[in-house]
Design a protein around this ligand. Structure first.
Ligand code: UGA
Length: 434
């Protein structure tokens, strides 16, 4: 039987969960304190750029199964299942900030008018679900409820695809009653035989951090190998491809680049280290990954400076500002290090990104934003490819050469064919290509 569910928080995770769970046939109310966002969502407009999301948003709004509201109290009272999907940003010491979660927990406790299953979708440190349970028991003694940990594994840019076809669904639970409710919530996924992992609260919480920390480590590993390859005259693409042929390694997440960014890997790796510190467990591997990733980001600026010479008086075309393709998200993007490094040393920037320029401009209003990659290339001494947008993969190099003043390419994602670039008269530098 479909469930009455509210999803608190309409950020990335909350929005996708709202549209996805309603598409599964549940009745969903998405809640947020941001009135403007709620108005946009009720009009079928997504506040974030994410391929496919508006189609599902409109479809489920039209069906009447999905709505959005700012009235948190009433929405909780009317729901049997309450998903917590608010942000858990890092504090200065790397620890996850749970203040948004805590304020939601207070609202839930205040409105616990019947049995409810409280599901945490936000990425939260080990022990948080047990802490939520304790808090609600304190605020609303004697009330019936269960807590469930249900981490999300979707990727930005591929969020709808990941939600509807996950590799696995993880559910940390304690009572059979909650298990039955969650089974109904995700009935649609059960029907398509997605593997379900039923486990303890702590195991579910740690699966999420372990997965992200492992992927961040894998990327950092290939980045360091790329640095070694380019120094000794080897080719990282062939190395990564061949490593990936070993089924134990897999070819995924072995693409070298300017360092990982985004709202998850940087935050979650720091949180893992923090949890290790808290419990006195050595997490030095993850600490090393964090440091190596920071160095990788700065390494790109150093590489560019080496080929360009001094940045003073030079114009650099920066193609790509988002932390990866198919998103307008710029959180912890390597583009920050590159732009900052060039500006600090007296360079001028022409920037282009198909989606992320508005967001970037709020932080760097002083650089020139261009309508197309070719506008950005006009008169530039060098181009740096930062984000792997498809349109950059097929960049017309003949046209680029005519427009640019200089002939330098730093391709931090290995998008272009080095031989073709050189044939077109460029000095080409990739990552891990000796
Ligand atoms: C990541 C995880 O992949 C999701 O499974 C998880 O749900 C999500 O974090 C989260 O915790 O919410 P996301 O941050 O959207 O997803 O993006 P990814 O595709 O994982 O990329 C992260 C960073 O790694 C990007 O900067 C990307 O460019 C970089 N990357 C990725 C590489 O440099 N090389 C690769 O081979 C893969």
């Amino acid at each position: 039987m479909s469930k009455k569910i509210c999803v608190i928080g309409t950020g990335y995770v909350g929005l996708i969960a709202s549209v996805g769970l309603s598409d599964f046939g549940n009745e969903i109310i998405g809640v947020d304190i941001d009135k403007k966002k709620i108005e946009m969502l009720n009009n079928g407009i997504s506040p974030i750029y994410e391929p496919g999301v508006e189609r599902y948003l409109k479809r489920n709004l039209e069906s009447g199964r999905l709505q959005f509201s700012t009235d948190i109290d009433k929405t909780i009272q009317d729901s049997e299942v309450v998903f917590i999907a608010v942000g858990t940003p890092p504090k200065d010491n790397g620890e996850a900030d749970l203040s948004f979660v805590e304020s939601v927990v207070k609202s839930i406790a205040k409105n616990l008018n019947s049995y409810k299953v409280i599901v945490t979708k936000s990425t939260v440190p080990v022990g948080t679900n047990r802490w939520i349970k304790k808090k609600i028991n304190e605020f609303a003694p004697g009330k019936e409820f269960d807590v469930v940990s249900n981490p999300e594994f979707l990727r930005e840019g591929k969020a709808t695809q990941d939600f509807f076809h996950p590799d696995r669904t993880v559910i940390g639970y304690e009572s059979e009653r909650a298990k039955e409710v969650m089974f109904e919530v995700y009935r649609a996924l059960n029907l398509i035989t997605v593997p379900f992992v039923w486990c303890s609260l702590e195991t579910a919480e740690l699966i999420k951090y372990a997965s992200n920390a492992f992927l961040a480590t894998k990327i950092t590993f290939i980045n360091q190998m790329a640095n070694l390859a380019e120094t000794v005259g080897a080719d990282i693409n062939t190395i990564a491809k061949t490593m990936g042929m070993d089924g134990r390694i897999s070819p995924k997440f072995l693409h070298p680049g300017p360092g990982y960014g985004g709202s998850c890997f940087p935050k979650d790796t720091m949180a893992v280290v923090q949890t290790g510190d808290k419990f006195g467990v050595d997490m030095s591997l993850i600490s090393a990954v964090i440091e190596a990733n920071d160095r990788q980001k700065d390494r790109m600026v150093a590489k560019l400076e080496k080929i360009v010479g001094s940045f003073k008086g030079k114009t650099i075309a920066v193609l790509g500002l988002a932390f990866k393709a198919e998103t307008d998200d710029i959180r912890d993007t390597p583009a920050f290090n590159i732009v900052e490094g060039i500006l600090q040393k007296g360079g001028k920037i022409h920037a282009h990104d198909p989606q992320a320029m508005d967001n970037f401009e709020k932080i760097y209003p002083q650089i020139q934003y261009c309508h197309s990659e070719f506008d950005a290339l006009k008169g530039a001494d060098a181009m740096v490819l930062v984000t792997e947008w498809n349109e950059y993969r097929n960049l017309n190099l003949r046209k680029a050469k005519e427009l640019m003043k200089g002939s330098i390419i730093l391709d931090t994602r290995n998008l272009l064919d080095p031989e073709l670039a050189e044939e077109r008269g460029f000095t080409y530098e990739g990552v891990g290509k000796g």
